[in-house]
Every structure is written in structure tokens, then in C-alpha cells.
Design a protein around this ligand. Structure first.
Ligand SMILES: [Mg+2]
Length: 254
């Protein structure tokens, strides 16, 4: 963890800046204090690395453009989309039941995944914002039959507007495991290093030339540290080291 006086310098010197979204760059759908200024100062060095598992990068790019953040989808790494890519790469044409949003299911079909309700061999778990009892029952049944469980992220909640907790993928994961305790998930999102590594490749920088800004030491911090990326803590777990993203810019000015 860095001391406050060196955080501004670390940002200015970093060739790549990886930023978490919920609770860090965004507060609900609004930008966090200082987020716009941070983006305008370093836009060409920034990539977003988020455990969001309901949206595609294209959707988030369009939403952020409304708030004045013009970032191309190729710089946005999201756990749901990454889980789809992981399955396309590692599981090919396996029969998959996707407990996921319409956007993610559409993305999965576009990437050639075989989504089905019939005897699935894999359950893909994302933040299914259209969750129904029937869909939950299909997932439980498949897992009881021995289907593999692939989850986008382990987060129980993420902070929404005003810090109100938004139910996340990990909460659905807990409910599935309550019914099928033996279901051991493969987690694709943070803290796994896959998305961090992909973001570094996109920016063309090495871990030591990058920083990660995030609000969750367990996912943002642990994943960054596993690759040797310096980590700056902001947001709800914040302490005297970094009050918020605006604070990072004040440090830089000082
Ligand atoms: Mg976060």
C-alpha cells in the first residue's frame, strides 16, 4: 500500500491505469467525485477492470459516453463478458445453461456458446437481473446432476447509488451452493488475474508500470497484487491513504 504523498506521483508515472467501476469510478450510475477529471487527465492510459456481470463492454461504453466518458469497449474488461470468452475458449460446444442477463446470453450466443435448458453440462452464473424461481430451479437441478459451475464473480453485493448494496453474482452463488453444497465454482472475474492481464495487454504495459485503483482489497487488491501491480484503495473501504478519486488528484496537484 502506498503512502498518500506518493500516490499522485505513482499515477503520473504509471504507463497504465486500471480502474474498477462500481464503488470506485462510479457511485450507482453517477461518476464518483474526481472521476471525470481523472479520466480527462489520463484517458489514453486507462482501462476499466470490473466484476460487472450483467452488461457487455459495448453497453457500458455507451452508458459512460452519456456521462462524458468516451472509452472504447476494447478498454473495458467485465467479468460477465470474460466468463463468456473463457467458456468459448476452454469449453467449446458444451451444453450450457446461463443464469445471466439477456445481454450476456446474447453475447454468449454470438460467441458460439451452446445455450440450452436440456441436460446442461455447465451452469454459467452471472448477475441474472431477470432471475426467476424456475430458472433457479433449472440451475439447481443441473448442478445436482453434476454440471460444472462457472461464475463471473464471488461478490455478494456491489455499492449502488448512495452506497445501497446491489445484490451481486456471489449472492446467487451462495443460494445455489445452499442447495448443492458440493458445487465448486470456477470464478472467472476478480480476484483471478485473467482480466488484469488482459487489460495490461490491451494497454501494452508491464505490471510494474501500471497501477490498479479499486474499492475492494479482496478482489481489486488481491488480483492486482498477484500480478505485481501496485494497488490504490479508494471508496467504501477507504482510509487515510486515499480518501476518494478526487483525493488522488489533489495529491497530484500537491
Ligand atoms: Mg468495486
Amino acid at each position: 500500500m502506498m503512502r498518500p504523498m506518493v500516490i499522485g506521483t505513482a499515477l503520473a508515472c504509471a504507463k497504465g491505469i486500471l480502474i474498477d467501476l462500481d464503488g470506485s469510478f462510479l457511485e450507482g450510475t453517477a461518476l464518483a467525485p474526481g472521476a471525470l477529471e481523472l479520466f480527462e487527465s489520463y484517458a489514453d492510459r486507462i482501462a476499466f477492470v470490473s466484476n460487472n456481470s450483467s452488461h457487455t463492454p459495448e453497453e457500458l461504453s455507451a452508458e459512460m459516453a452519456v456521462a462524458g466518458i468516451k472509452v472504447e469497449p476494447s478498454r473495458i474488461f467485465l467479468a460477465g463478458a470474460q466468463a463468456v470468452t473463457w467458456l468459448a475458449t476452454h469449453r467449446g460446444t458444451t451444453r450450457i445453461f446461463a443464469l445471466a442477463s439477456r445481454s450476456i446470453r446474447h453475447l454468449a450466443r454470438k460467441q458460439g456458446l451452446n445455450l440450452t435448458l436440456e441436460e446442461p453440462e455447465i451452469v454459467l452464473l452471472c448477475r441474472d437481473i431477470e432471475l426467476s424461481y424456475e430458472r433457479l430451479a433449472i440451475a439447481v437441478s443441473a448442478l445436482r446432476e453434476g454440471a460444472e459451475l462457472v461464475a463471473a464473480n464471488p461478490d455478494l453485493t456491489h455499492p449502488g447509488a448512495g452506497g445501497v448494496p446491489v445484490p451481486e453474482t456471489g449472492m446467487l452463488l451462495a443460494s445455489l451452493r445452499a442447495a448443492v453444497p458440493s458445487a465448486a465454482p470456477i470464478i472467472v472475474g476478480k480476484p483471478r488475474v485473467t482480466m488484469f492481464a488482459a487489460a495490461l495487454r490491451r494497454l501494452g504495459v508491464t505490471p510494474e508500470d501500471a497501477v490498479m485503483i479499486g474499492d475492494n482489497p479482496v478482489t481489486d487488491g488481491a488480483g492486482a497484487s498477484a500480478l505485481g501491480i501496485p494497488f490504490i484503495l479508494v471508496g467504501r473501504h477507504r482510509d487515510a491513504l486515499a480518501r476518494d478519486i478526487a483525493g488522488l488528484l489533489w495529491d497530484r496537484a500537491a
